[in-house]
Design a binder for this molecule. Structure first.
Ligand code: HAM
Length: 440
């Protein structure tokens, strides 16, 4: 016997039945409207990218273990995009000379990472990205974090539900490479261990770090265990205290306070795994016990365009995933209620009236009404029952009499009230019906 195929989706990806897709569309819409209200423009690109786009400068763990890469029929190595930032940089580089700066762009799209699937982590997720190019100072980071918080607010989330965590790649690079003089390989290994700190027991973290950096471990731990930014900065040597990285952290925290964002915490262990970050990095964390996960991740990457041989361009941005956002909205009971059905279901009595019903539907659609026409030829009672179950707001029966007289009666399903319409000399019936239908 022929083997029957399973109906489950591929491991780690999701299907979106209409109810799920409606929630997805709501999430897309809220993010899109927030970005547009900040003057960001939408862009798009293909899911397929040349594999080398990620290999040049990205996240080693993603490239080595998580990309879906294949060779196409023409022998090219192709990757299903695991993130948007290299694509954004590619688009900027291609038109570096003609694009008007500063530039504010956003996009929504699906990304693919071969991850160990678990709550909040899937192999395909949808990510919203907003990036700002052409602004070198912390005003740019402040704006994108402000936008990220505006998105959370637009979903109805209280400030207590999340926390902005930030760090400076510049300071961390200084500590690992200059202050501790670690060779590049060791610095990368130390950064990786610090990044994973919360995922391993404290004793193991300290043991692994000591194995990687040797006796310099003590001074590194002292910095890593500082309680807050001021304590951390006070433990840096004199000459570093006045350098750009330290000043930037202070400046950004002050800028965020100015726009009313006070739930900000400096976190010197926040490394963000991508090699392209050059300055401030940040994550916005869901602080609930149910989903202690990063919602937004981003930062400054001023040198990414160099992989295309283009002149560098200051840029900063973030990505926020639909999976964690959705979990969070569910926890706070903020998912939208199921959408109401379409406006009108036209039940058809007899096939010869189908043409008239279709014409009527077409006229109503051109007035902005959402209308479906029955094609089943079932008994009228069954057609009306179906419309009720599907959540249509109104029904009307189109038969011989309606066709000949030009009259129609709309029935509102929530209370059974009927509204009668007839063709007037002015021919305004469709407009009047549309008005009624759109008002519910
Ligand atoms: P990322 O931290 O890898 O950053 O991803 C950003 C957000 O996407 C995460 O905080 C998380 O909500 C979501 N996310 C990532 N991977 C998964 C997954 N496997 N399953 C579910 N959700 C996931 C970036 O991708 C950077 N390119 C962001 C950026 C934009 N930086 C500057 N501009």
């Amino acid at each position: 016997m022929e083997k029957k195929l399973g109906t489950a989706p591929y491991k780690g990806v999701r299907d979106f039945y209409p109810d799920d897709q409606a929630i997805q569309n709501y999430i897309f819409r809220v993010c899109r409207e927030a970005a547009e209200s900040f003057g960001y423009e939408e862009y798009g690109a293909s899911i397929l990218e040349p594999a080398e786009l990620y290999e040049a400068k990205g996240n080693e763990e993603i490239v080595r273990e998580q990309t879906y890469t294949f060779t196409d029929r023409g022998g090219r190595r192709v990757t299903l995009r695991p993130e948007f930032t290299p694509t954004f940089a590619r688009l900027l580089s291609a038109r570096r000379k003609t694009l008007l700066l500063p530039l504010r762009w956003f996009t929504w799209g699906s990304l693919y990472r071969y991850e160990r699937t678990q709550r909040g982590r899937t192999r395909e997720h949808w990510q919203f990205n907003a990036d700002l190019a052409g602004v070198p100072g912390t005003a740019a980071e402040a704006e994108i974090i402000f936008l990220a918080c505006a998105i959370l607010k637009a979903f109805g989330l209280p400030e207590s539900a999340y926390e902005v965590r930030l760090n400076s790649r510049e300071i961390m690079n200084y500590i690992l490479s200059d202050l501790l003089s670690l060779p590049p390989e060791t610095a990368i290994e130390a950064a990786r261990l610090i990044d994973r700190r919360e995922k391993v027991p404290k004793a193991d973290f300290e043991k692994n770090l000591a194995a990687a950096v040797g006796e310099k471990n003590e001074s590194l731990l002292l910095l890593l265990y500082s309680k807050n930014f001021e304590e951390f900065a006070s433990r840096l040597p004199e000459r570093e205290k006045s350098t750009a990285g330290v000043a930037e952290v202070r400046e950004l925290i002050a800028r965020l306070e100015e726009v009313g964002i006070g739930n900000v915490r400096f976190d010197q262990t926040l490394m963000r795994g991508f090699d392209y970050y050059t300055g401030m990095v940040f994550e916005i964390f869901d602080t609930s016990a149910e989903n202690p996960r990063s919602l937004f991740g981003g930062g400054r990457y001023d040198e990414l365009l160099s992989i295309f041989g283009a002149e560098n361009l200051p840029a900063a941005g973030f990505g926020v995933g639909d999976v964690t956002l959705r979990d969070m909205l569910k926890t706070y009971n903020l998912l939208p209620p199921p959408a109401g059905g379409p406006d009108l279901y036209l039940a058809v009595a007899g096939e010869k009236n189908l043409g008239y019903a279709n014409d009527l539907a077409a006229s109503l659609r051109s007035e902005g009404v959402r209308v479906a026409v029955d094609l089943s030829q079932r008994k009228i009672g069954d057609q009306l029952k179906y419309a009720d179950k599907k959540g249509f707001l109104f029904t009307a029966v189109v038969g011989e009499e309606e066709r000949e007289s030009g009259r129609l009666s709309l029935k509102r399903l929530k209370d059974g009230r009927e509204f009668a319409f007839s063709q007037t000399a002015g021919g305004e019936m469709v407009k009047e019906m549309a008005e009624r239908l759109k008002n519910g």
